[in-house]
Design a protein. Sequence first.
Length: 75
Amino acid sequence: MSTQTLLKESQVAEHLGISMPTLRSWRCRGIGPAYVKLGSGKKSPVRYHHRDLEQYIAQGRHVSDASVRAAFEDR
């Protein structure tokens, strides 16, 4: 896979509606979408696969229980 198909931190932060410091904090804490580090140095760039970002978003998707929806619809 080419690095041109990877998303930059700024693109991911914008897509998620969060700041880059928040995205970096998540990464340091082991939460957030999976990422790729391009190198081993401290200043090596970090990139994200689009599919990993979509998977992360899908994991946060919740569907209300049908009984809860029904209770609100009866009001």
